[in-house]
Design a protein. Structure first.
Length: 106
């Protein structure tokens, strides 16, 4: 029950955060893409868990761990936006990406 709560919370958080961080002109495409990614992940997750029945029980845990590590590395590619106004257009968002600092926290 706790897992379902946090899963539902994450899905609702998508709608709250994406309307704030995605530029207005791309909001529909951004929210739709995030929703598709969540739905694909929720369809694939049970199959990865069942994968441990055919292989070593730690195989599915290793697969989830590898995916989370890969996602953490992708986050390091995002530009720093601390203290920067949230963009309203794609041109403003591109400027944020171009002004990325040499030092990152990752």
């Amino acid at each position: 029950m706790i897992i379902r709560f946090f899963g539902g919370f994450a899905f609702q958080l998508l709608y709250i955060q994406s309307t704030e961080i995605i530029p207005t002109t791309m909001r529909q495409l951004g929210v739709g893409s995030c929703t598709v990614a969540i739905r694909v992940g929720s369809v694939i997750a049970p199959f990865i868990r069942e994968f441990s029945e055919w292989t070593h029980p730690a195989a599915s845990m290793a697969m989830f761990g590898a995916l989370m590590t890969f996602d953490a590395m992708l986050i390091c590619l995002l530009p720093e936006t601390k203290g920067v106004e949230i963009p309203d257009t794609l041109q403003e968002a591109a400027k944020i990406g171009n002004k990325q600092n040499e030092t990152t926290e990752c």
